[in-house]
Design a protein around this ligand. Structure first.
Ligand code: SF4
Ligand code: SF4
Length: 190
């Protein structure tokens, strides 16, 4: 964790991410009803364990500056150890969630980050948010951008990212399906 880095007014993870645990369930892209405008959790003292232990990549990666806070950057970065192709051996992997504007993947800061991650052989995936309540589209970037990233060729990576976003345009998003039940916090109480 980066010392002195706080969530502030950001509530992105409490809106964007799916949660499916025994204690709490919510669909992606829909705010948890405990999420407070202006930041914070309305049940902070008794929040579920899955929320207690979660910190996004911005809270953990010192190399990301303040402008990478998810509500400011429109990108949620996650470090994770699940759902990684076996060919990629480094851990943790990095998932880059595009929250709303697909053009963000062509911006210099985003492309530079992809180049750094892929050149260091970190499994790196792009997640594009779909309609409310649906899982995002996910694709790994390493194979598509490896040659350009090793060469530090940001234009080449940007081109590949553009092609990838065009290919995702026809993606069919799937509605969230839950394994657990009993506390759907994306629905009104009661
Ligand atoms: S996305 Fe990151 S910065 Fe934003 S509320 Fe969640 S943990 Fe905090
Ligand atoms: S209960 Fe969890 S998901 Fe809901 S607002 Fe609190 S921390 Fe966020």
């Amino acid at each position: 964790m980066v010392p002195d880095r706080e969530c502030g007014a950001c509530t992105v993870c409490c809106v964007a991410l799916p949660i499916d645990s025994e204690e709490i369930q919510k669909a992606p892209g829909i705010a948890c009803r405990h999420c407070q405008s202006g930041g914070g959790c309305g049940v902070y003292e008794t929040r579920p364990n899955v929320c207690r232990i979660y910190h996004c990549g911005w809270r953990q990666m010192r190399e990301l500056d303040e402008m990478w806070r998810p509500d400011l950057s429109d990108v949620l970065i996650e470090l994770h150890n699940d759902a990684i192709p076996v060919a990629y051996t480094r851990r943790p992997a990095v998932r880059l969630y595009v929250l709303s504007d697909p053009q963000i993947v062509l911006k210099r800061g985003f492309v530079s980050l992809v180049v750094r991650l892929v050149a260091n052989n970190i499994p790196t995936s792009l997640s594009v948010m779909g309609p409310r309540g649906c899982y995002p589209a996910v694709t790994f970037l390493n194979d598509l951008t490896r040659v350009a990233s090793y060469a530090g060729d940001e234009r080449g990576v940007s081109r590949a990212m553009g092609e990838m976003m065009a290919a995702l345009a026809g993606y069919e998003y799937s509605p969230a399906v839950f394994k657990h039940s009993g506390n759907r916090t994306d629905l009104p109480e009661g």
